[in-house]
Structures are given as C-alpha cells and as structure tokens.
Write a protein that binds this ligand. Sequence first.
Ligand code: HEC
Ligand code: HEC
Length: 392
Amino acid sequence: MKFSSKRGILSAMGMTAVCFVGAAAHGQAGSPSGQATPAKPLMSEQFFKNVQVLKGIPVDQFLGTMGFIAASLSVNCTECHSAGGRGMIRDYAADTPKKQKARQMMLMVKAINQANFGGTHRVTCWTCHRSDTQPPETPSLAVQNGAVPDRDPNDIEVPDEPIPSPTADQILDKYIQALGGAERLAGITSFTAKGTYAGFDTNLDKVPAEVYAKFPGQSTAIVHRSEKAENITTYDGRNGWIAMTNTVLPVKSLTGGELDGAQLDAEMFFPAGIKKYLRDWQVGFPPTTVDDHLVQVVQATAPGGSRVKLFFDAKSGLLVRVARFADTALGFNPSQVDYSDYRDLAGVKVPFHWTLTWTDGRSDFDMTDVQTNVPIDEGKFGESVLPKAATP
Ligand code: HEC
Ligand code: HEC
C-alpha cells in the first residue's frame, strides 16, 4: 500500500510529522537564534494509552516516529492500525498483529544498534525494508546487472575525497546577490502573503492560505481547509506549534528536530542572516540535480542540532531546495521544501511557490498577493494564534 493510492484516508486521519510553512524570502542579518524547548513537553506515555516501547519521548517526536516507520515500509497508518468506517482509524491504542510485529522489530533494531553500533541509529527500519513489507533475502541478479538508479539528491554525502567546489561562503554570497543583495534584503522586515494551499488533507483541492513573517525569525501559516477545519503552523521566535483540526493531536507543541524545522522556516524569510543562523557549513558533495537543474549542495547544522542540506541552482544561484532531517526515536525523518517561481518584489526576489514534502504528506503553497513591511500584530505569532482549546 503506497501513500499515493491512499490520500483520502491519510488526510482523514491527518497526522503530520513536520510543519508546512516553508516559504522563503528576505531581510536582515543575524537574528537571535536561541532555541528553547517548551519547559515540559508532553511525553508519549502521558498522552497515548498503549505505549510500550516508545516511552520517554515528546508526543511530536512519537508521531514523527510513526511517520518514519510508515515511510520505511511505504505503508499507510492503516497497515498497523485497523481502520473503521470510511478509513478513519477509531482506536490507535488497539493492538493488531502487524502493530505487534512492528513493536518486536523496534526492539530488534534497538538491540542490533546497541550490540554493534554504540547505540546510534545506524540500522533502522529503512535499512532492511526500503519500501517493502517483506525485505528480500537473496541478491537480485536483475538489480545487480540492471541500470544503476539515480541516487536521491537528499541522500548524497560528501565522499572521502571531497569534490572541489566553491566555498560555502561563495555559494551563499552568490545566493544573497541573486536575491537582490544584502542591502536591499536588509530593508525588508516583514511579509504578509495570501494565496492557496493544496495538500493530501484537502484532496489536492486549492484552499485559501495566509502567511505572515516578521524579522527576526517569527512566522505563521494559516490554511483554511474548510469552514470548520484549519491548519496552523507558527513559530514565535522561541517556540513552535502545529495545530490541525480533526487530528490525533489537534495542537502539537514542537520539540527537537521539529522545532528546528519551524525555526528554519521562519529564518528563511530573512535569508541575509543565514550564515550566522546555521553552523558547521560543509561543501564538497558530488554534482547532482534537482528537477534536472544542476545544483550546488551545502550542508549545515541548525541550532537544535538537526542536519540541513541546501540546494542552490548552479546557474542562477537561487535556493531551490532545503532538506532537513529531524531525529526520531528510530532514525532521521526527512522533509524538504522546494522553492520556485521567484518574482521581483521591491527589488528582491521572492519565491511565490513552494512545495513541502514529508514522510506522509505533500503540499503546495501558491502565493498571489505578497506585501513587504506591512505592520503585523504580535498576536499573529505563537500561542495567541492557536485555537482556544489548545492544550499540549
Ligand atoms: C508498521 C506499523 C505501524 C505503522 C505503519 C504505524 N504505526 Fe502507529 N503504532 C505502531 C506501534 C508498534 C505502536 C505502539 C508503540 C509502542 O508500544 O511504543 C503505535 C502506536 C501509535 C499511537 C499511540 C496509540 C495509543 O494511544 O497508545 C498512535 C497515535 C499512532 N501509532 C499513530 C500512527 C499514525 C498516525 C500512523 C501513520 C503515520 C501510524 N501510527 C503508523 C505501529 C505502526
Ligand atoms: C534486519 C532487517 C530488518 C529491520 C532492521 C527491520 N525489519 Fe521489519 N521485517 C524484516 C523481515 C525479514 C520481515 C519479514 C518477516 C517474516 O517474513 O516473517 C519483516 C517484517 C516486518 C513487518 C511485517 C510486515 C508484513 O506485512 O508481514 C513489520 C510490520 C515490520 N517488519 C516492521 C518493522 C519496523 C517498524 C522496523 C523498524 C523499527 C523494522 N521492521 C525493521 C526485517 C527487518
């Protein structure tokens, strides 16, 4: 069972692993990048009813872990959680044979890593499963002698002998220049945008969306899925939340890699500060392409420790993808934002379209009306923009 054939069900159950803000645009250098985790994150065993293995992790990371295993086997949540009517899962806590098998596999993976890899996540569900519920045991002659498939650009690592490349500074300077230059970017301190969103949770129908961003590093995206249902992703400069009506966890307060992701999205509105915000810059990746365009790859670390890869169009210098890797209980959850349709706005280039892809969803934002330097009320960011019943 692949996700693509199951979009309707997926959205009905509505679990998100990462935020859906995305968006990039512009501004000044050097926002304060202190990262704060909420004082007491809600733990998996406090909120869920039947957690036996994945204890002691925050609820957002628990759901991220579910996304990780679903992606590793390329199955939908219904594979292990039995669906009731209309594909809605009534009871995630109930055990099924596949769920019990998965629990056993989690313990097996933990034991393998402890015995052989110093307790790191070197062996994960993906290592064996690779989108297959029944990992093969015999080498395939067809695969061995067949055409070598292209590697996923997000997967490519720096080889032992790094490929000669411009320095990270040079690539980032070219990017800032391509956007309009540091001075012009510094003149922009806020964005408001209106447009549309289309995702699995809207059955790919376009619905209205709004985006707000304020220097330094605050952003909010609101998607009006229907009159009664909304998605909100917000980062207030310290803490982040994802609120989605009708989901397992209607309001998620973000921690770890997910918080890194929300902060990154907010910071990327004001990319002139990117050199200071991310650290441990690394280049030397083999040449690769995104959408058939040659790209230059730069890797960095976000303040919370997540690995981030940035892909710049080799010709235009513009950022075309940000891939990030959020740690879960079992391995790194990949997600990516692809930027396109850069347009000129007040002398700087702004992407009007972006696509967010994560382990159990994909969504497209199309902006039609983008304004810069419009005052934005503080109430548009953080807890105050969440639905009133917000708890976790
Ligand atoms: C390969 C099997 C598998 C898949 C696919 C899977 N889960 Fe799970 N799920 C589990 C297991 C195993 C547990 C129990 C974990 C434990 O005991 O620590 C669990 C527990 C849960 C719980 C906690 C329920 C409770 O109250 O105890 C939720 C919520 C959940 N899963 C949601 C999801 C969602 C949403 C998806 C789809 C993205 C998903 N799961 C996909 C195996 C799976
Ligand atoms: C070392 C290799 C390996 C790793 C790592 C691994 N699995 Fe498996 N898994 C298998 C094999 C082999 C089978 C088939 C077992 C069988 O035929 O009974 C399987 C079967 C399963 C099944 C039953 C599928 C079905 O439709 O019958 C589930 C569910 C599952 N694994 C979940 C997981 C999860 C979740 C992880 C990560 C925590 C994981 N596996 C990691 C090797 C692995």
